[in-house]
Design a protein around this ligand. Structure first.
Ligand code: SF4
Length: 444
């Protein structure tokens, strides 16, 4: 029996295809707002894709297992009008990468087998939506016109938003300009503000957090993947997210976008108005780190892994919330290249700045500005002795190599040539471990 006035959230151990998801959905009344004939939009989380290697997907993207099981459940319920939509890549002209993702993940088989439509959001119309306080974002029109949204995020932490669950997954439904806008340097209207409001224009939703695999230090393939075997389901996006955060070992009231969303809804962020059905949250929760640790002293600032290697004379400032996904993915590659470039001789106090709000420090030997935002903000800054900039939005990787060369750091250009293959290097961590099963990402 559900308690009066408490929103139900199912926490179910994933044991087998179909029946585990069915149990989780039905026990929380997940289909109570559905009627046969409705138009349903499924939004999986495909935060990244490459055609060049089968990169480790576990905990990074939604399993095709859960997507297919959801489609079967909907069909059995009399829902025939089902669309799966995702906006995968930064370049809206790139149609091959999303097509490759949909084919590899079995979405084309879902189309043939169940009549599901699969759409690349980047090729579909967007509609401007006025949120509260006059803030506007452009959302995919298909999702706005659907009767019900099935939000299918992954159980993962995130280096900027602490967790990336149902609310954060909706960032994939807005256009590129809106995504960049979300990473605003405005102290009030920042990333957390925007993410906390992404559900405002959505139709009634069912939030299904896919925790068959979970991810530490997400959102991408360089985090640590775990086999977790959980499903967290609720007819309330926020309620499932609050429970998901707790399962990941984080206090939801300290996760800014969740605290803001709860406050806007007039709800507590401590799960006290939620009815948990199934597993005890404390029994299944397991702390997932959300961020990479940086160290800082007089000889440098950098990720701990680089400091342990002994790098000196490098001030690679810790990225902040204003760095968008497109600069972010390049940032990981630059750090890998910097690590390889170290020859044991201290560099000339080279400072690297990213995002939209960092400012150059005085006394640096050279300053590297990554991205158009940094260049526009700091190009005339009096603290800069010698400036080297990669100005694009996002910057051209080879311009980055040149900027570092100017500052006396020789990055291996070959690494940037093979940027698409780099994710595959992380596969070796999981090879031979039967828990990490690629078949979860196929429809056989
Ligand atoms: S330069 Fe980078 S941080 Fe600035 S808008 Fe472009 S992608 Fe975002």
């Amino acid at each position: 029996m559900q308690e009066v006035n408490k929103e139900p959230v199912s926490v179910v151990r994933y044991k087998e295809p179909y029946s585990s998801l069915k149990k989780a959905v039905l026990e929380c009344g997940g289909f109570d707002r559905l009627t046969p004939g409705m138009q349903v939009f499924i939004k999986p989380n495909i935060v990244f894709w490459t055609k060049s290697c089968p990169f480790p997907k576990w905990g990074v993207i939604t399993t095709s297992r859960v997507v297919e099981d959801m489609v079967i459940l909907l069909k059995e319920f009399g829902i025939d009008n089902i669309t799966i939509g995702e906006g995968i890549v930064a370049d809206p002209e790139d149609e091959e990468t999303p097509a490759h993702a949909f084919e590899s993940l079995g979405y084309n088989t879902l189309h043939q087998r169940y009549g599901v439509k699969c759409i690349n959001i980047m090729k579909r119309p967007f509609e401007e939506v006025k949120m509260d306080n006059g803030v506007k974002l452009k959302f995919n029109r298909d999702i706005l016109e659907s009767d019900v949204l099935v939000d299918l995020p992954v159980l993962k932490t995130h280096n900027q938003t602490v967790v990336s669950l149902g609310l954060k997954n909706l960032k994939g439904t807005i256009n590129i300009a809106s995504r960049k806008k979300c990473h605003s340097p405005d102290p009030e209207y920042d990333l957390h503000y925007y993410v906390s409001r992404l559900d405002i224009p959505m139709p009634p939703a069912l939030n299904v957090i896919d925790g068959i695999y979970s991810l530490e230090r997400g959102p991408a393939f360089d985090g640590r993947m775990r086999r977790t075997n959980l499903l967290v389901v609720s007819p309330g996006i926020l309620s499932a997210d609050l429970v998901g955060a707790r399962i990941l070992g984080h206090d939801p009231s300290q996760v800014s976008h969740l605290a803001q969303a709860a406050s806007r809804a007039g709800r507590p962020a401590d799960l006290s108005d939620i009815e948990i059905i199934g597993e005890n949250v404390e029994d299944v929760s397991c702390y997932h780190e959300n961020d990479f640790v940086y160290t800082s002293d007089n000889s440098g600032e950098m990720p701990r892994a680089l400091a342990r290697q002994g790098l000196e004379g490098l001030f690679y400032r810790k990225f902040d919330d204003t760095m968008c996904t497109y600069c972010s993915s390049l940032n990981g590659l630059i750090l890998t290249a910097v690590r390889q470039a170290w020859q044991g001789q201290p560099w000339n106090d080279v400072e690297i700045l990213t995002g939209k709000k960092m400012e150059p420090s005085a006394g640096m030997g050279a300053t590297i500005l990554i991205g158009q935002c940094m260049y526009n903000k700091n190009k005339d800054h009096p603290n800069i002795q010698a400036m080297f900039a990669a100005k694009g939005c996002p910057p051209d990787p080879y311009e980055v190599v040149e900027a570092f060369r100017g500052a006396g750091i020789e990055l291996d250009r070959g690494l940037f040539d093979q940027v698409d293959k780099l994710p595959g290097f992380f596969l070796s961590r999981y090879e031979g471990n039967p828990e990490f099963d690629e078949s979860f990402y196929r429809v056989d």
